[in-house]
Design a protein around this ligand. Structure first.
Ligand code: SIN
Length: 485
């Protein structure tokens, strides 16, 4: 069993309307540590009826939660933030145990997630409406900004402690209530957040957590008429199917979907900065990040120097159990993830790419994989068309800026992109030309609670984080008052 300072943070129960249910009579999800195979714990699966109960509870809790003064909601959300920060080490142990990422990275994710609670505790008090210039002296016209209502969130396993806060904090700050379905691979992070929500004073029904099967829990959340907004982070394929289901009841949807981020290194880049940025982007969470660099385009004049320096940095990455102090790369989440990485490497090699570093399963076994660099990669290879979601850096060589931009945009996805240059005119030109919702210039790490996160094209709809993120959980209501004089 996991050693925690506060063992009550490991909740082996789901949370429905303020009640913890340890046995649903519907089976359990066994959560294992990808580094060791050890059982972290078991979470009972919610039934469809329990999901409905959570939705109904959220609906009952909505009027009093949304009627509270914003300052009161803000204080509760702020306490939630403080409790997360206070328990960061226990939460990081839980996250590393169920997800595999190195402890230091897990801690970083938890503080990043907590920052959304801090941000939206503040934004709750600054959610303003408008007074319009009326076309007649006898009229006044207002725009009210009201909470959209009961929200459903479906979150992924790669960043549970950032993705849940990024959805729950603005929703609750705006006065909405929420039912969350966490990923089955990482439910304990979500459940610990639920425990801290209760300690912070989030009232019963305002935030429920129903783990379980997508075909039951996810389906109910996507179709139930009381849910007014569905927010999802995950693959484009699942997002598309959820949008179809949600269309039956005309729900508002927010979709943070797949990426295929290009990272471009121009001849005039600083090699050290470009290598550090590439490592930060590509190898964060072992490459299991929607915003990870998936395709690395390097201009001919800097290609060999950049590749040599990148290979040195990648070869030096320490792979191991996330709980070991010096680990920089943990295991991948499961065998499917490893199989996809292997498939992409095999396809690239068949089509003429070469392995410069790594390229195979790690000697540690299980789902550990060697951080890999491929050279001689071309646009026809799978690594170019699909998100690898693993620790593989495929290098493409290019000659002109126009060629790099065309290749970077040659994808159905449009979440993040990165480029490295010291030319200021190019900074503007290329930022404007890249078809993505997020652009990192001379950095591989752009995430920040105060910035809008989200993609265009098949990468999704809507923005999370920043002031735009809370607006997504509101509806505008136009009030026209006539005959006032
Ligand atoms: C993601 O993979 O979507 C999370 C990335 C982030 O918030 O930085």
């Amino acid at each position: 069993m996991l050693e925690l300072n506060d063992p009550t943070l490991l909740k082996q129960a789901i949370l429905v309307g303020g009640e913890w249910i340890a046995n649903t009579g519907h089976g359990f999800i066994d959560v294992t540590n990808p580094a060791t195979g050890a059982l972290v714990g078991r979470v009972p699966k919610a039934t469809r009826a329990m999901t409905v109960a959570a939705i109904e509870n959220a609906s009952q809790a909505l009027p009093s939660w949304s009627a509270r003064p914003a300052a009161e909601r803000s204080r509760i959300i702020r306490r939630w933030h403080d409790l997360i920060v206070e328990h960061v080490d226990d939460l990081a142990r839980i996250l590393t145990a169920e997800q595999g990422k190195p402890f230091a990275e897990a801690r970083g994710e938890i503080l990043y997630g907590a920052a959304f609670f801090e941000w939206y505790a503040e934004d709750a008090k600054r959610l303003y409406g408008e007074v319009l210039q009326a076309p007649a002296a006898s009229r006044r016209m207002l725009v009210l900004r009201q909470p959209i209502g009961v929200c459903a969130a479906i979150t992924p396993w790669n960043f549970p402690m950032a993705m849940i806060p990024r959805k729950a904090a603005p929703a609750l700050a705006a006065g909405c209530t929420m039912v969350l379905k966490p990923a089955s691979a990482t439910p304990f992070s979500a459940l610990a957040l639920g425990e801290l929500a209760q300690r912070a004073g989030v009232p019963a029904g305002v935030f429920s957590i129903v783990a379980g099967a997508a075909a039951e829990v996810g389906d109910e959340l996507a179709t139930h008429p009381l849910i007014r907004k569905l927010t999802f982070t995950g693959s484009t394929e699942v997002g598309r199917s959820l949008m179809e289901k949600a269309s039956g009841t005309i729900k508002k949807v927010a979709m943070e979907l797949g990426g295929n981020a290009p990272l471009i290194v121009f001849d005039d880049a600083d090699v050290d900065v470009a290598v550090a940025g590439t490592i930060a982007s590509k190898f964060r969470n072992m490459g299991q990040t929607c915003v990870c660099a998936n395709r690395i385009y390097v201009q001919a004049g800097i290609h060999d120097r950049f590749v040599a320096a990148l290979c040195d940095a990648v070869a030096a990455l320490k792979v191991g159990d996330g709980m070991a102090a010096d680990t920089q790369q943990g295991p991948l989440i499961d065998d499917h993830a490893v199989a996809k990485v292997e498939e992409h490497i095999e396809d690239a090699l068949r089509q003429g790419a070469r392995i410069a570093v790594g390229g195979k399963r790690h000697a540690l076994g299980r789902t550990f994989f060697e951080p890999t660099v491929l050279t001689g990669v071309t646009q026809t290879m799978k690594v170019s068309r699909e998100e690898t979601f693993g620790p593989v850096a495929p290098i493409f060589r290019f000659d002109t800026e126009a060629e790099a931009i065309a290749a970077a945009n040659d994808t159905e996805f449009g979440l993040a992109s990165y480029f490295f240059t010291r030319d200021n005119a190019r900074v503007w030109r290329v930022s404007e030309a890249l078809e993505t919702g997020i652009v990192g210039v001379n950095t591989g790490a752009t995430s920040f609670e105060g910035a809008p996160f989200g993609g265009i094209k098949a990468s999704g709809i809507g923005r999370e984080g920043s002031t735009h993120g809370i607006e997504e959980f509101t509806e505008l209501k136009y009030v026209c008052i006539a005959e006032i004089c």
